[in-house]
Design a protein. Structure first.
Length: 419
């Protein structure tokens, strides 16, 4: 399990494991996928001023950029927190919710648990599969929202509300992209979970699933587990850092005696056949280094997703492609491979763009559906830039993020008002 926070969550600051006070928590939402459970919840920050007629600055040194002086509703300030768990370890998610007292999070004043209302918002196939488990263990009803609606809702929300949300990544260079809200649509949203869904987004609530592939994050993790004996997705991803795919992949140069196939613009280093060298070598699986296998597998799947994504963008005349989902994990090599694939097949006309909060689109969409359904009157007014150092929570310890500032999805500050 990995949970993320950046300062409001005191149990992470002081290294302890105590829960936040119930009156600091509100509105829990879940995205329960085939591989991972993504969890989002809001916590109040009592060190920030609250005014029923307008916004005041927080007492600390992190400024809020809000303009809501004409609102007639109470304002609450705090952070939206993110956590994830392996779906196969759903009981860890249940314990996290119980230990942090998130089951009290459906009301602003918290006189009673949320189970006396419609329940907590949830999306993904697991919202159906594990509904009874949540009810039996926590007394929580899962109020189900459509998975694709939530993915698009979460993406639209982040692209409009977070200043530095989208970025490009190629050749080790990360560059933030400024999004013109008046020119956001249409775009292609490629969500890489266990499988891959490709959605053409034309506006708020206006989209269609135009394609997909069953070769996704579940493929990488499943094949990787069989081939390398890694025990977790992150272990497999870390292993790929140390590998050399050219030991296993057949390159153009391997076929052409080290030369380019220049007539068609194929460099000698271009992969002609993933895992192709394994055919011609008299070796068994144990003769190959696991890190080389992991690297080749990651390269194969990332290339494939990048190519299919561009072909669908070309099909609809879309220049803008956003990639999300926990397969990416802010992993530099994955992003670079996808970017190179899009650049190669588009001849430089299209760019792959990535999202800082890539894995939480569905969970955020479910969170935002409280507002859509006027659920306790929640309205998220504005998000504030995340400025703290990345950290991940495991037990009672804080660990550095694998990809540093590329994985800035610990928490995001926001202001909300209730009706």
């Amino acid at each position: 399990m990995e949970g993320r926070s950046s300062g409001i969550e005191r149990n992470l600051e002081d290294g302890g494991s105590k829960a936040l006070a119930p009156d600091e928590i509100s509105h829990l939402a879940l995205d329960i996928g085939g591989t991972l459970i993504k969890l989002v919840y809001f916590s109040r920050n009592d060190s920030w001023s609250v005014d029923d007629k307008g916004a005041k600055s927080p007492k600390g040194d992190s400024p809020l950029r809000v303009s809501c002086s004409n609102l007639d509703y109470p304002i609450l300030y705090g952070r939206i927190h993110f956590a994830k768990f392996e779906t196969s370890k759903v009981n860890e998610c249940l314990e996290f919710i119980r230990s942090k007292k998130l089951l009290h999070g459906g009301r602003w004043h918290h006189e009673a648990p949320v189970s006396d209302k419609n329940g907590i918002k949830a999306t993904g196939g697991g919202a159906y599969k594990f509904a009874d488990l949540f009810k039996e263990n926590l007394g929580l009803n899962l109020d189900k929202e459509d998975e694709m609606d939530c993915l698009v809702g979460g993406a639209n929300f982040l692209l409009k509300a977070v200043h530095h949300e989208a970025f490009t990544y190629m050749d080790g260079q990360k560059e933030f992209v400024q999004i013109d809200h008046n020119d956001l649509y249409p775009y292609l949203l490629v969500n890489i979970g266990s499988g891959v869904s490709m959605l053409k987004v034309d506006g708020d609530g206006k989209f269609e699933r135009v394609s997909g592939t069953n070769v996704g994050g579940g493929t990488f993790w499943g094949l990787g587990r069989l081939l390398t004996k890694c025990k977790s997705f992150d272990e497999l991803l870390q292993l790929s850092h140390q590998g050399n795919n050219r030991v296993i992949d057949m390159l153009v140069g391997d076929i052409y005696g080290g030369m380019d196939y220049s007539k068609f613009g194929l460099a000698s280093t271009t992969i002609a056949s993933s895992f192709g060298k394994a055919i011609s070598e008299n070796k068994e699986l144990e003769d190959y280094r696991p890190e080389d296998v992991a690297r080749s597998l990651l390269r194969m799947i990332s290339n494939n997703i990048g190519q299919i994504s561009y072909l669908n963008a070309l099909r609809f005349g879309l220049k803008r492609i956003f990639f999300g989902g926990f397969f990416i994990r802010g992993h530099a090599y994955t992003m670079d491979t996808i970017s190179v694939a899009v650049h190669f097949w588009s001849k430089g006309e299209a760019k792959a763009m990535f999202l800082r909060h890539e894995g939480f689109l569905g969970a955020l969409g479910a969170f935002m559906s409280y507002e859509k359904n006027n659920y306790d009157g929640l309205v998220v007014h504005q998000l504030v830039e995340q400025v703290s150092t990345s950290a991940s929570y495991s037990g009672d310890k804080i660990h550095s993020s694998l990809a540093g500032d590329l994985n800035d999805n610990e928490s995001i500050g926001c202001s909300v008002y209730t009706t």
